[in-house]
Design a protein around this ligand. Structure first.
Ligand SMILES: [Zn+2]
Length: 235
């Protein structure tokens, strides 16, 4: 795990997102990692960083995508002219997030545990950007996504993404390898539907399909609607 790496400056995310037009430079999938084309040598240099999905990052690490091709993709990304994959909401509409049976309208942090945002959502133009922190049961394992970009080693995370699945326009599943915590995001009619299991300090928060939040297997709450709050649910 790359926990000793310094985090990327936030302006690197913005620059790389703009350069790759909100997706993997190779395939356009919007949940990405940052790959060092020349390998990580203790520093981050924007000129050799590229946004790739987990699968293409792994292929690049194995040398299945050459450095030459990566530099070509950096200047001619898959999403060059337009975004093909659509983790998007209409810029004219409010961002609506459903978590279990609770609804959050234009609420940047729908879920916060012990003072720490677990799920944040914002948009840049029509693109939806998630930030997310997942802890393991032991409280140690921690993976973090900032604006759809994984900060940690993507090998710890099982990320699946598809479009036009069942009744959803977009289906996104993120799971810690060999562990329970997960989050699922569906975009249905331009609104986001989230569920998952989250740990923090040994507490389990289970967001179920039936619309209930269950903390440590005891009923917690449901049926909350928050409109333009900074934080939706704080536990
Ligand atoms: Zn890709």
């Amino acid at each position: 795990m790359s926990k000793h790496r310094p985090p990327y400056p936030i302006e690197y995310y913005q620059a790389l997102r703009k350069e790759a037009n909100f997706g993997c430079a190779k395939c356009g999938v919007p949940i990405v990692t940052i790959h060092h084309i020349e390998g990580y040598e203790g520093e981050h240099h924007l000129r050799e960083l590229i946004m790739l999905c987990k699968e293409h990052h792994s292929q690049a690490d194995q040398g299945l995508i050459t450095k030459e091709e990566l530099y070509v993709l950096k200047t001619n990304p898959f999403n060059e002219a337009s975004v093909k994959h659509k983790l998007q909401v209409s810029p004219a509409k409010d961002i609506v997030v459903h978590i279990g049976g609770n609804t959050f309208v234009e609420t940047p942090v729908p879920l916060q545990l012990h003072g720490e945002p677990i799920i944040s959502v914002r948009r840049e133009g029509s693109e939806v950007l998630f930030s997310l922190t997942l802890y393991g049961k032991d409280g140690d394992t921690r993976v973090k996504m900032v604006d759809n970009v994984w900060e940690a080693d993507a090998s710890l995370v099982d990320v699946r993404y598809s479009e036009d699945t069942g009744n959803a326009d977009v289906w996104l599943s993120i799971k810690l390898e060999d562990s329970e915590p997960y989050i699922e995001v569906r975009v249905i009619d331009g609104e986001l539907h989230l569920k998952g299991r989250f740990y923090l300090r040994g507490n389990l928060l289970d967001v179920r399909d039936d619309g209930s939040f269950v903390l440590n297997q005891q009923m917690y709450f449901r049926g909350i609607t928050a409109i333009k709050c900074g934080v939706g649910i704080a536990i």
